[in-house]
Design a protein around this ligand. Sequence first.
Ligand code: PLP
Length: 383
Amino acid sequence: MKKKHTYGFSTKAIHAGQKPDPATGAVMTPVYLTSTYVQEAIGKHKGYEYSRISNPTRTALEDNIAALENGKFGAAFASGLAAIDAIMYLLKPGDHVVMSHNVYGGTYRAAKFIYEKYGLSYTFVDTTDIENVRRSITENTKMLYIESPTNPTMEITDIRAAAKTAKEANLTSVIDNTFATPYLQRPLDMGIDIVIHSATKYLNGHSDMLGGLIATNDREVIDAIRFTQKSIGAILSPFDAWLCLRGIKTLPVRMDRHNENAQRVAEFLAGHKKVKKVIYPGLPDHPQHELAKSQMRGFGGMIAFDVGTYRQAGAILKKVKLCSLAESLGGVETLISHPATMTHASVPKKDRITSGITDGLVRISVGIEDVNDIIADLENALR
Ligand SMILES: *Cc1c(COP(=O)(O)O)cnc(C)c1O
């Protein structure tokens, strides 16, 4: 019997969840700017009642991310943090979460200053060593929440081992897959229960919207997530869903170029005498280079490098021309930032230094410009 043909990633990125508009034949999914939908009779409608519950443009994106992550279900939110918020509603007061110590700063802030107020508790551990996870599980632990690679020190967690450990202890496993995207890393295939994304970054890829996405294979989880969308309302708008769908169509070609450019920039920096240290999973001296190779199909566009002092970092950031000094990441343009005073300013200095975020650390989100132009800009700034 002939094996059924299944579509590759790039084809799914362009087509999954989308078909020509049944009303007009429009090839692109329209932006359905409507709050409500006419019903033929009481309870008789085409599957849409009110746009907080569902909207066809958002549905297209939700089905698209599900397909890209090899999941059955997807959900879209107004921001990455709104998606993370929806995950926390899966828990109840008294529940305990084991979380990667280097998670996105906003995730840490929400955990410490919002969810703990409502009775959840968190233990932050270095999940690059799964033993730390095992040791932190108590009888109240309900969730393991990891991020890999992390920001900005590019720590890699063994995703298969994390999923297995969670399963053995009956925990829901969650990963923030923002840095890798489903093109480079598909955690559901490695046994993780729920994937979340800040779609604001690589998925959209053009720095022109904010959004959050969830993908899962678990029917119970998606039902709870949909109930949260309906009840709390932090859903993605139709226009932002459309921008994100449009961005995702080029995700594979963009990621290939991000990988290539970042590798070249990392090698350039590693060979520069004013650079003390370069952190990029694609360099053989990265402590988890082999692990990254075993669970990612490329190393992504994020690099951190240490130039020794705050003064030196400041001088470089002031001198760059092509690289823009800004927070955020994952767009087509190269962005450069200083984690200690920007993204991680709220982390106490002692904790910041122990997690590797030194005063001389500079982070680059390598864009898809001509790589020689990016290198020339950095070379000039380092001089
Ligand atoms: C940006 C980011 C978030 C938060 O997403 P928003 O869309 O800004 O709310 C979460 N996780 C990671 C890894 C991020 O980079």
